[in-house]
Ligand binder design. Structure first.
Ligand code: FAD
Length: 321
């Protein structure tokens, strides 16, 4: 039976990145045997979750070398595993480390690599968006193995209650592959939910006019359950908020129940990261702004004033005024 492998990123505490769970859920539907690969401190503790989401086998190593050094050790271990087991397809999420490893593995093995996929419909077929997200194309993948880098939130993660067989990976990493050392690790402080997992996302664009007005988004988010704040690239580039806030083609992909776009024009590069939201509310002073073409509810007006009124109304309904 052909094998599909999912590369999973994990925290030291053994928490699996949700992108790996999304990929496992998709891999289960491809008519193949599904396995996961997880490397670095926390890997053993992740095996249960990976089995729960569909991996029948988990190749793992808790060796510090995978956490201490960037990409090269993981590429080496994966290369050995691929040579030994010949999986048909390897799925990686478009995360920083995974991207790096997938590219190196492709160069090392000569495997076909498709990046920026938003769908995987078979063992030789994946989908991606082109022309700024306005066209979808079906891509036929040749050779073996195929490596596919998939955008986060392309699939919903669903547990199935399985249990995985654990296979320990022997890590023999030579010194020449211990060159790029991770000097420090910083966890971003997050008062609320993760941007990618939040049920409500409030995003701001240049129409907010000044960085200080972003505080209105924080105040509104603080009043709502399961709500996170995002931004367009224009304001990230202007230094108003960190890159971690960016939603879109070169930022994060979000699929919340409600997306509120405040002072955002609706450029295709932004839409590609948020148009999967169930409901889109747009606030823009220009009634012809492209964001209104995807909005379920549009408010034509000054974003700062509308947000202030919205905050007051939510507070009133919560009995906070
Ligand atoms: C290769 C590439 C990749 C890119 N990747 C991304 C990406 O990942 N994410 C992303 O967001 N962009 C991305 N961009 C940039 C994108 O093309 C747009 O430039 C950007 O999304 C615009 O951001 P904005 O809507 O904040 O600003 P603008 O386009 O300047 O829009 C501001 C909007 O605010 C409205 N406005 C002004 N004043 C007010 C007011 N007082 N009240 C209410 N509304 C007001 C205006 O009518 C306007 O519609 C990318 C571009 C390229 C070329």
């Amino acid at each position: 039976m052909p094998e599909v492998w999912v590369y999973a990123e994990v925290t030291h505490a053994g928490v699996v990145d949700t992108t790996a769970l999304e990929l496992l859920t998709r891999a289960r539907s491809l008519g193949a045997d599904v396995a996961a690969v997880v490397l670095g401190p926390g890997a053993s503790r992740a095996a249960g979750t990976l089995g729960d989401y569909g991996a029948s086998r988990v190749y793992l190593s808790d060796d510090d070398v995978f956490g201490d050094f960037v990409a090269q050790p993981a590429t080496k271990a994966l290369d050995q595993l691929v040579t030994e087991h010949s999986p048909e397809m390897l799925m990686f999420a478009t995360n920083y480390d995974s991207r790096d490893i997938a590219g190196r593995l492709s160069a090392k093995t000569g495997a076909t690599l498709m990046s920026n996929a938003t769908g995987v419909s078979g063992l030789d077929r994946a989908q991606t968006a082109i022309s700024g997200g306005s066209l979808m194309v079906d891509v036929v993948l040749r050779g073996s193995p195929k490596i596919v880098l998939v955008r986060p939130k392309s699939f919903a993660a669903e547990a199935m209650g399985g249990v995985a067989e654990v296979i320990n990976v022997e890590a023999r990493i030579p010194d020449e592959l211990r060159q790029a050392r991770r000097r420090e690790r910083q966890e971003q402080d997050a008062a609320g939910p993760n941007l990618e997992d939040a049920g409500i996302v409030i995003a701001g664009g240049r129409g907010l006019q000044a960085p200080d007005n972003f505080k209105l988004l924080d105040r509104l988010a603080g009043l709502l359950d399961d709500c996170a704040v995002g931004a367009t690239r224009a304001v990230v580039d202007a230094g108003w908020v960190p890159y971690a806030y960016q939603i879109g083609q070169t930022g994060k992909t979000v699929k919340p129940g409600v997306y509120i776009a405040a002072g955002i024009s609706g450029a295709t590069q932004h839409l590609v990261g948020m148009k999967g939201a169930k409901r889109i509310v747009a606030i823009n002073k220009d009634g012809d702004a492209p964001i209104f073409e995807v909005a379920d509810l549009g408010v034509v007006g000054d974003a700062v004033k509308v947000l202030e009124q919205l905050i007051e109304e939510v507070k009133r309904r919560k009995g906070q005024t």
